[in-house]
Design a protein around this ligand. Structure first.
Ligand SMILES: N[C@@H](CCC(=O)NCCCC(=O)O)C(=O)O
Length: 271
């Protein structure tokens, strides 16, 4: 934490404010907006940011006001699938739940955050949303695609088994992620049935699973920090050195945004 004295008033640089879009859940006949604890804790403890949980059930009328408050955007995983109509496909998984409110909030949120040069970090569904928001599409059933492995968890397993390391990920040599992690191969958990197919405009893959499926993306031509992963670094993040490095990198990107804002600049002006 850096301090600066202005006159006699001691001013402390504020922590970054990060938007977390919530998802829909129905319980006992009531509709809820939810956010899982495991996503919040590393943002507070490791990224050292202040989360603002945003309901996605009320449309995008206040989107710009939310973004006025934000120094970063953090898009989490969720069991729901993105509506395939949003990337020009028929629905191949009619039995899987969707969350159209979250789709219809997050895709405009991503585009508007990019316009403002805000750091964006996505996990699992969050990575998929970023790809779709920028015109990419998905394999709706990776497990049914020739040549790909099954990346789903066994939902009958205990939760700690579901989130245990499941496969290796090769990190692109000399990529930003390689520099952050200091290695070109890591072991990751895997809890997804869908995966990135054609990449959206400006999106580059920087890590792949053993079967070639995209596991991490960035977009250096679009943003100072647009980074997303298919695995779940938030799971017991403090115990995973790779996760700690990722959440620290996101926090640092958001602190730079705070500094830019304090100087009255946007990323595009400061570049
Ligand atoms: N439905 C998509 C995205 C999967 C995903 O985000 N899984 C995480 C669910 C539980 C959690 O939040 O950890 C797909 O199947 O690819």
């Amino acid at each position: 934490m850096s301090n600066s004295n202005i006159g006699n008033k001691k001013q402390t640089t504020r922590k970054p404010v990060v938007l977390m879009s919530m998802g829909a859940q129905e319980r006992k006949g009531h509709d809820y907006q939810v956010m899982t604890h495991k996503y919040i804790v590393p943002l507070v403890d490791i990224s050292e940011c202040v989360p603002v949980l945003v309901p996605t059930c009320c449309g995008i009328e206040d989107l710009e006001q939310y973004l006025d408050m934000a120094d970063g955007v953090y898009l989490t995983g969720a069991g729901s699938n993105i509506d395939p109509a949003l990337y020009g496909q028929e629905n191949e998984t009619p039995g899987k739940g969707q969350d159209k409110d979250r789709d219809n909030f997050d895709l405009p949120l991503i585009r508007a955050a990019l316009q403002r040069g805000l750091p964006i970090f996505g996990i699992c569904r969050g990575m998929q949303e970023i790809n779709v928001a920028l015109g990419g599409d998905m394999y709706q059933k990776v497990y049914a695609e020739p040549g790909f492995n099954d990346h789903r968890e066994n939902t009958e397993d205990p939760v700690d088994v579901q989130y245990s390391p499941a496969h290796s990920v090769r990190v692109q040599q000399n990529s930003w992620l390689h520099q952050v992690l200091g290695t070109n191969e890591i072991r990751v958990n895997s809890l997804h049935g869908q995966g990135l197919k054609n990449l959206g405009k400006g999106i580059e893959a920087i890590a792949h699973a053993e079967d070639g499926l995209v596991e991490a993306i960035h977009a250096p031509s679009l943003s100072p920090f647009l980074f997303a992963v298919q695995w779940h670094p938030e799971w017991q993040a403090a115990k995973n050195p790779d996760s700690v490095k990722i959440f620290q990198a996101f926090g640092e990107a958001c602190r730079k945004q705070v500094e830019r804002k304090a100087k009255g600049k946007t990323f595009h002006q400061a570049a």
